[in-house]
Write a protein that binds this ligand. Structure first.
Ligand code: ZN
Length: 328
């Protein structure tokens, strides 16, 4: 196990022990609390002997995202008891339902803008962040991000990003400051190994769009003479705590669309291991016509299915189409 993670987990365990002792001091001993203290002590002892983080059945390393969400875990996923497996599945299903509730309205209209998205986790929950938020100033924000890693740990960070942007957007900060603040909070509250690539766009009623691309795959402006790619202007969110970001501006004419996606599309593979690739997305984007976002996304999904055939999805997939429908 990486020493940085073990260091953080040790601090968490020591902190947990302290809080349990305080609880005992405040309300007296109870069998449950004594049991927990013994478990925490046993985990700390395993760290001393070097057996921490190894499954007690097969002695292989336990999945690190599971250790991060529960530092007392002693078995790898393959060696949970039947009851533990069922409890885990129930937890995951609930987490998936909660995550669905965090997603924006799937039929989003705002002035002359029409937005649709497709959000598909590779497993039960996703590490992609997808959001649409209107502001009092008459603009709206569209955000698409991808947290490093997959599964439950990534989905927790996705929820964290969502809460941050929902809190920061109503403050009416300039776009780059909004992203800088989000990056700082994200950096301070996550493990050093976690970061998120993200595109945050702010669109006005007249078709002007300001975009901050923090290390994410370039959104494509389609429907004009050529496909225009909006490249990253900064590093991923949370890579460094004092990161600075820049923004760029594009004009979206009536009938044009901004297409955003995560690497679940660009890095999808077929059975032979071939990658879908950005080149194919550009080719597809050149042929996309019309300003019905749902229709554009369906064309993308159809092409992806045709390419992938039966190969399983390996990564969370999100596609978003931000269309400007009519002059205003
Ligand atoms: Zn095992």
């Amino acid at each position: 196990m990486a020493t940085a993670i073990e260091h953080i987990l040790r601090e968490q365990l020591q902190d947990r022990r302290l809080r349990l002792e305080q609880a005992v001091a405040a309300v007296g001993e109870s069998p449950q609390v004594s049991h927990l203290i013994r478990e925490v002590d046993a985990a700390l002892a395993r760290m001393e002997t070097g057996s921490y983080g190894l499954c007690e059945v097969c002695h292989e390393p336990i999945e690190s995202d599971r250790l991060i969400s529960d530092p007392l875990t002693r078995f790898c996923l393959d060696h949970l008891t039947l009851n533990q497996q069922r409890a885990l599945e129930d937890d995951l299903e609930l987490a998936a339902r909660i995550q669905k509730g965090l997603l924006p309205n799937p039929h989003f209209h705002f002035g002359a803008w029409d937005v649709a998205y497709h959000y598909e986790p590779a497993g039960i929950v996703s590490g992609d962040y997808c959001d649409l938020v209107t502001s009092e100033s008459g603009d709206f924000y569209f955000i698409l991000g991808d947290v490093s890693g997959k599964g439950v740990a990534a989905s927790m960070l996705m929820a964290h990003l969502q809460a941050m942007f929902r809190t920061l957007i109503p403050m009416g900060l300039p776009l780059q400051e909004l992203v800088e603040r989000a990056s700082r909070v994200f950096c301070e509250s996550t493990l050093p190994t976690h970061f998120a690539t993200l595109v945050c766009g702010k669109a006005d009623a007249a078709g002007g769009v300001e975009v901050c691309n923090a290390g994410h795959l370039p959104p494509l402006l389609i429907g004009g003479e050529r496909v225009q790619s909006i490249d990253a202007t900064g590093l991923p969110l949370g890579a460094f705590c004092d990161e600075q970001f820049a923004t760029s501006r594009v004009r979206v004419e009536p009938g044009q669309t901004l297409l955003l996606y995560t690497d679940g599309l660009s890095e999808a593979r077929d059975n032979a291991g071939q990658m879908y690739g950005i080149h194919r997305i550009h080719g597809l984007a050149r042929g996309l016509k019309g300003s019905r976002p749902q229709g554009l996304i369906e064309v993308c999904l159809k092409d992806l299915t045709a390419f992938r055939k039966n190969a399983p999805a390996e990564d969370d997939l999100t596609i978003m189409a931000v269309c400007r429908t009519a002059a205003s």
